[in-house]
Write a protein that binds this ligand. Sequence first.
Ligand code: COA
Length: 157
Amino acid sequence: MKVVRLATRADLLPVVSRWVVEAFAEPGTASDARVDALREMFSEKPYPFSLVAIDDDGVPMGCVHGVESELDDRPELEPFVAALYVEPRFRGRGVGGELLAAAERECGAAGFGEVYLCAWNEPGWYVRRGWRVIAERVGERGVPLMSKRVAADRSSR
Ligand SMILES: CC(C)(COP(=O)(O)OP(=O)(O)OC[C@H]1O[C@@H](n2cnc3c(N)ncnc32)[C@H](O)[C@@H]1OP(=O)(O)O)[C@@H](O)C(=O)NCCC(=O)NCCS
């Protein structure tokens, strides 16, 4: 398995768009807005980013993103790990954990010392990977807000 940046693989935009829209679109949100947001990842900049896990045969298995914010009422919190998704047939073999770790590293490389996420799934999954709950219920969905310290490359911010 390897993890690649979507910015280097335009051919993967359709599958990543489908995952993000199907798994995370809020009811009433235009799908186009999410796909437009993904297109913004196609730049030279290291952040924000979209990462894709690819198996040894080149089949895309899942994705994860590093974005500025997920909470309108907490704009001071940045960056967020968002839209972590693994295709159901590839789950349970560590792909999600690898993607999460890759996103943490990329946020650190972009100069951040702490990263955040809204836990749409079981918070324990993240706790086992070094994250902690810092607020029990945030956003419209009332999900846990979590954070983790990462090694920041201070030269990049
Ligand atoms: C959450 C998600 C990304 C995890 O991906 P994954 O590749 O299955 O992750 P991992 O294999 O690293 O970890 C899966 C865990 O479930 C266990 N597991 C065992 N069999 C499994 C199976 N068939 N399917 C899923 N999980 C299984 C694994 O042992 C592991 O347990 P651990 O936390 O004790 O290590 C994936 O389930 C997913 O895409 N869910 C829907 C979208 C979502 O909720 N995203 C997160 C919110 S932003």
